[in-house]
Design a protein around this ligand. Structure first.
Ligand SMILES: Nc1ncnc2c1ncn2[C@@H]1O[C@H](COP(=O)(O)OP(=O)(O)OP(=O)(O)O)[C@@H](O)[C@H]1O
Ligand SMILES: [Mg+2]
Length: 423
């Protein structure tokens, strides 16, 4: 992917993504219940699931007594109480106890440049001005470890079927292809259906290596290895293909795909995951952790029930994210009794983002040829539906606005020095 230069739209897309926070410890010392509640809610977010978060009341005074004989965590969050002068002198005292690498984030109500500069001069990493949202907070913590503007930060879209065989892979492949080809955004399609994946067939590729080498050798995996495992389908679309062989068993640990996804995020602005219709710890983790979840469903009762269950199970862990995007597929199979799309949508309170007709000839020919429907005669209309849907799952990149409540652009670059303990 590295050979294609990042376009402006790709950079905007990257700027919208919040990378998961790494395995760090975060201690917050709050003055108000509202900040404590906000941080506890942030700790439940999918992007913070590796972080260990502890909130305390009592502000900086309590922090000072805690760290006299205790090691400091990776991040300390401090809320400024009314008296700013005593806050600054306590901050100087805290600096003596801070271990190397501990970052300090200060939260306060005053949008005051002079105070901000005093904090920065003391090595504070970020000053957040209240009020702000849970997502603002997560972004600030994430950016302590993933510097904004440094390389791409890919957006992960997981595509999943409400039932087996409903066309989830077809939708995943067409969506990835449309984003790459029509919206011209570099995209990686990762086929997570290792035993049975069809991405290789659908793109007429038979790569010798692919996603299995990455899943089964996590200790060797780095960005160069990942680059070698990907097959280029066209200028902007790369494929991480499934082996689709049955010699080995594919029983994965919960975190089996974590390393791959972390690297994929750094290699392309859009990553589409074809997640097979299985309910395991790892498939659930792929869905919960994605920036966007798409569920493909056909209009029958079993799909409806499963979709409802999927919503219930992954919804709570994604309360700071948008709703699931629903694609209704295979609508209008001749002679099949179906639930009307309107009724289907109403009963789960989810408007479909795309409704695709059943068209055995078009989809069958495309699959047999190893092409996309948009590339074959008569496929323009469905091609357009996929193009629109592809743009939708990319989000709506706007020019980057300054973040609410942050003085981020003024941030000094050579901080955290005075917060390293001098031995
Ligand atoms: N709208 C459609 N009209 C007609 N055929 C379709 C349509 N969408 C998909 N198909 C066909 O249905 C079959 C199953 O599709 P696909 O493999 O994408 O489903 P899946 O949900 O990924 O299945 P699995 O559960 O096995 O992963 C394929 O042959 C595909 O070409
Ligand atoms: Mg599939």
């Amino acid at each position: 992917m590295s050979s294609v230069e990042s376009t402006e739209i790709e950079q905007q897309l990257s700027a919208e993504v919040i990378a998961p926070v790494p395995r760090v410890s975060i201690h917050a010392f709050c003055d108000s219940q509202s900040l404590s509640a906000l941080i506890q809610s942030a700790a439940q977010d999918r992007r913070m699931d590796k972080a260990a978060v502890k909130t305390n009341m009592g502000g900086l005074a309590v922090a000072l007594t805690s760290y006299r004989d205790e090691q400091t965590p990776n991040v300390i969050v401090l809320e400024v109480a009314a008296d700013r002068d005593s806050f600054l002198s306590n901050l100087d005292a805290l600096a003596q106890y801070c271990d190397d690498g501990t970052r300090v984030v200060v939260v306060g109500r005053a949008n005051d440049i002079a105070f901000y500069r005093l904090l920065m001069a003391r090595g504070v990493s970020e000053y957040l001005v209240e009020p702000f949202t849970v997502v603002d907070f997560i972004r600030v913590i994430s950016e302590l470890y993933n510097k904004p503007g440094k390389g791409v930060l890919g957006r992960i879209v997981a595509i999943y079927g409400a039932r087996g065989g409903v066309g989830a892979s077809t939708v995943a492949h067409h969506t990835a292809w449309s984003i790459a080809t029509k919206a011209e955004i570099s995209t990686v399609l990762a086929d997570c259906d290792l035993p049975f994946g069809t991405a290789g067939l659908d793109f007429n590729q038979d790569p010798p290596q692919g996603i299995a080498d990455a899943v089964f050798a996590p200790e060797r995996l780095d960005i160069n290895m990942l680059d070698r495992l990907m097959t280029k389908c066209n200028d902007r679309l790369s494929l991480l293909a499934a082996p689709a062989t049955l010699e080995r068993n594919y029983d994965f640990e919960t975190n089996a795909f974590d390393g791959i996804l972390d690297l994929l995020r750094m290699s392309a602005p859009m990553i589409v995951l074809d997640v097979p219709h299985v309910w395991t710890a790892w498939s659930r983790r792929l869905l919960v952790g994605a920036d966007e979840v798409v569920v493909v469903a056909a209009p029958d009762l079993a799909n409806l029930r499963n979709l409802k269950n999927i919503q219930d199970m992954i919804g709570p862990a994604r309360s700071n994210d948008g709703k699931i995007k629903l694609v209704m597929n295979m609508v209008g199979v001749p002679k099949r009794p179906e639930i009307a799309v309107k009724e289907f949508a109403a009963s789960i309170s989810l408007e479909p983002s795309a409704v695709l007709p059943f068209d055995a000839k078009l989809f069958g020919t495309a699959a047999n040829n190893g092409q996309m429907v948009a590339e074959i005669s008569g496929g323009a209309k469905i091609g357009q539906l996929f193009e629109n849907f592809g743009r939708l799952v990319c989000g709506k990149p706007e020019l980057k606005k300054s973040k609410p409540g942050l003085l981020g652009s003024l941030k000094s670059s050579k901080l955290s020095l005075s917060f390293g303990k001098t031995s």
